[in-house]
Write a protein that binds this ligand. Structure first.
Ligand SMILES: *[C@@H]1O[C@H](CO)[C@@H](O)[C@H](O)[C@H]1NC(C)=O
Ligand SMILES: *[C@@H]1O[C@H](CO)[C@@H](O)[C@H](O)[C@H]1NC(C)=O
Ligand SMILES: *[C@@H]1O[C@H](CO)[C@@H](O)[C@H](O)[C@H]1NC(C)=O
Length: 391
């Protein structure tokens, strides 16, 4: 009897020791910047059985998507898709169907590109996706379809950062920001779309990329029609301390009990991704701003409270010298409407800057990209709809 109990205790102890050892080794491995890079970007996680140069495989109409590439100032080749709105496609479908499909060497000679640039009502979303995979992964293609429906003139430019998909190179914070700036530059210089007809859309890690790129353009005095951040995070230190793999395995949460260890580990992170600081800076620099922050309450990958931190950083920056959190929250409460279990806060600064935070009940981390609130935010940023409730 006693020996049996002894056996159980010994087994339990060994299991615990084993679990702690595996976790410790994993945490130690994370201190390697190369492994951090792999875990953060997951750029090698790709559906190799799908051919990005054959977008029909992803449910698009023949030649609705034009795959092409362009080069960054530091000589990386970035792979991108131009996606046409379906209504526009339908009007030219006979011509489009007859063209060869797949990758084009010179997109400026393609019919979809001409249709984009020749129409003064064309609008363009520049999409910065989250970590893992490529432009064709997961919910991304469904999201492009939801955004380029048959009723609008909205086109999409979506790009793979360096090291992702068919782009060259290895990702880093600095590098993927260069990629985002170059992608926007392509839209401005090559497609010649006025920035008042461009919306910047970022998801997850892409919200940090988008924020950095929009801040860069704000420094040059360039504003966009709007910026939409879906499932964002405030900065990498905060996200890593709450990040869970597949919503199950906490990466660093156990270390929260030991803040010094956590701090030491995070000090080596490849890139700080300080979106909270960048968003404050871009709010100050912008002359006109339409910023939308959207998060789902059932997002297990990045908890929605990150949106509160970003909203606070952005709202605080609309006021010279800033304000205390207490006052900020009081003012926020006054401009918040509760909708179901979620809420919408609209912060209107005296200058032409509007910051909207929308927290919705459903959508998880990625699927939300295909849901109505994101489409409505993009349409709102473009100023497409007029609410006729109160004539
Ligand atoms: C990029 O490549 C071009 C030609 O291939 C070369 O002239 C140039 O120096 C390169 N630039 C950088 C930053 O490596
Ligand atoms: C685009 O990609 C192709 C390979 O798919 C490559 O041969 C070509 O050099 C790239 N073009 C640019 C501008 O980098
Ligand atoms: C707002 O900004 C000011 C000045 O930068 C800072 O002192 C204050 O703590 C900030 N408030 C919040 C709520 O972040």
């Amino acid at each position: 009897m006693l020996s049996c109990l002894h056996y159980i205790v010994a087994r339990a102890t060994w299991t615990l020791v084993l679990a702690i050892s595996i976790y410790s080794i994993a945490v130690l491995l994370m201190t390697s910047s190369m492994i951090q890079r792999e875990v953060l970007f997951l750029s090698r996680l790709q559906a190799w059985w799908l051919d990005l140069n054959n977008p029909e495989q992803f449910g698009f109409a023949r030649n609705q998507v034009t795959p092409f590439n362009f080069t960054t100032p530091d000589n990386e080749t970035l792979y991108a898709w131009h996606i046409m709105p379906l209504g526009l496609y339908a009007r030219y479908k006979s011509a489009l169907c007859q063209k060869p499909t797949g990758f084009v060497d010179d997109i400026t000679h393609s019919l979809p590109f001409r249709l984009l640039i020749d129409n003064p009502d064309s609008r363009l979303i520049i999409n910065f996706h989250g970590n893992a995979g490529d432009v064709g992964q997961g919910w991304r293609t469904d999201s492009y379809r939801a955004l380029t429906d048959s009723t609008s003139n909205i086109h999409i430019l979506t790009v793979d950062y360096r090291g992702f998909g068919l782009s060259t190179g290895v990702p880093s914070e600095k590098g993927v920001i260069i990629d985002a700036i170059t992608t926007i530059k392509w839209a401005i210089d090559v497609a010649k779309i006025p920035t008042s007809r461009i919306v910047i859309l970022g998801h997850s890690l892409g919200t940090a990329v988008a924020t950095a790129a929009v801040e860069h353009y704000a420094q040059q005095g360039v504003d966009f029609a709007g910026t939409v951040l879906v499932a964002p995070f405030s900065n990498m230190e905060n996200v890593f301390s709450t990040y869970t793999i597949a919503g199950l395995i906490p990466v660093l949460s156990p270390l929260a009990l030991h803040p010094a260890a956590q701090k030491w580990l995070l000090s080596g992170l490849t890139g700080q991704w300080a979106s909270d600081e960048r968003i404050a800076s871009l709010v100050r620099l912008s002359k006109r701003l339409r910023l939308f922050i959207i998060h789902s309450m059932n997002d297990c990958t990045i908890p929605w409270h990150h949106s509160n931190s970003l909203f606070a950083a952005a709202a605080n920056a609309t006021v010279e010298g800033g304000m205390e959190m207490d006052l900020l929250l009081k003012m926020k409460a006054r401009s918040t409407i509760n909708i179901g279990n979620g809420f919408t806060s609209i912060w209107k600064a005296e200058s032409d800057k509007i910051i909207t935070q929308k927290v919705v009940e459903y959508g998880h981390h990625s699927r939300i990209l295909t849901y109505a609130p994101v489409v409505l935010a993009v349409r709102g940023a473009f100023g497409i709809d007029v609410d006729e409730t109160f004539p």
